[in-house]
Design a protein around this ligand. Structure first.
Ligand SMILES: [Zn+2]
Ligand SMILES: [Zn+2]
Length: 277
């Protein structure tokens, strides 16, 4: 039988379905729980099994970064790597019944990528090889389909969160197309469409419950659309006009924020894995 400890660098390992409720699987889940420590939530649940795991490069706001991913039969879990195969933090958990995948075409050094789309978070990840990409995608799809079938539900993509346009893709505001970004004129992300916009073009907020319990920054185009659909459905208004600080701290809620604290460990990991070569 395959031992979980023989994991090769950034190679993912998938277990077959008949193997799932084995003692080895339970032990592995307990170990992963321990790797996240107090920063994570309990991962061992009745009926939950670990299907696969590995390192993927996740496109963050400023640059791509390695993240450890765990595919369970009902959730996708990922986190930042503190010590490879031993210690992770910043755990994110996405329910698979909401997950949709979309192919991303290769572009220079960024190859073997695809989008992971969900209401709470959407982003692009890259695998080390084309084979790994297709394995990841097919395993995720199989888990999603099995889950939908089991629960007798279909997916809804209306409330999916946008994939954020990377900061580097915009030197001017994507809304007014005039405002040049600088140290003073900061970049902001619309939480509805993911575009990089200036402060003036995103001075409205809207409650997007799938993403946060607080109203989030939206661009003027999305604000108009949201207002229009609100008027049509007669839903209670949720816009928030006061942008108290002008400083959008929630813009930093991306994975980039805490990386500073563990900067060295992150850089070491990135070099060691060398994922995007
Ligand atoms: Zn603008
Ligand atoms: Zn928008």
């Amino acid at each position: 039988m395959m031992t979980w400890h023989r994991i090769i660098r950034y190679t993912m390992i998938f277990t077959s379905y008949f193997n799932m409720n084995s003692e080895a699987n339970c032990r592995r889940i307990a170990f992963i729980e321990q790797c996240f420590g107090a920063s994570g939530q309990p991962l061992a649940l009745p009926g939950r099994a670990l299907v696969g795991e590995g390192v993927l490069t996740k496109m963050c706001r400023k640059k791509p970064k390695p993240r450890q991913f765990f595919l369970f039969n009902d959730v996708l879990v990922y986190g930042s790597i503190i010590i490879s195969k031993k210690k992770y933090n910043r755990q994110h958990l996405i329910s698979l019944e909401d997950v949709k995948l979309e192919n991303v075409d290769d572009e220079m050094s960024l190859r073997n990528g695809w989008k992971i789309i969900s209401p709470s978070k959407s982003f692009v990840v890259y695998a080390a090889t084309a084979t790994e990409k297709s394995q990841w995608m097919s395993h995720i799809r199989k888990c999603v389909n099995d889950l939908l079938l089991k629960r007798g539900i279909t997916q809804n993509s209306e409330n999916d969160s946008p994939v954020w346009v990377p900061d580097s893709d915009a030197s001017t505001c994507m809304h007014c197309k005039k405002s040049q970004f600088s140290l003073i004129n900061r970049k902001h992300h619309c939480r509805k469409c993911g575009m990089v916009v200036c402060n003036a073009c995103s001075n409205q907020k809207w409650l997007l419950p799938q993403q946060s319990s607080h109203p989030l920054r939206v661009c003027l185009t999305c604000y108009m659309q949201l207002t229009k659909s609100k008027n049509m459905t007669g839903v209670t208004p949720t816009p928030v006009h006061d942008d108290t600080s002008g400083e959008d701290t929630s813009d930093e809620e991306d994975d980039d924020r805490t990386d500073g604290a563990t900067g060295e460990a992150q850089d070491d990991t990135f070099t060691a894995y060398d994922v995007i070569n």
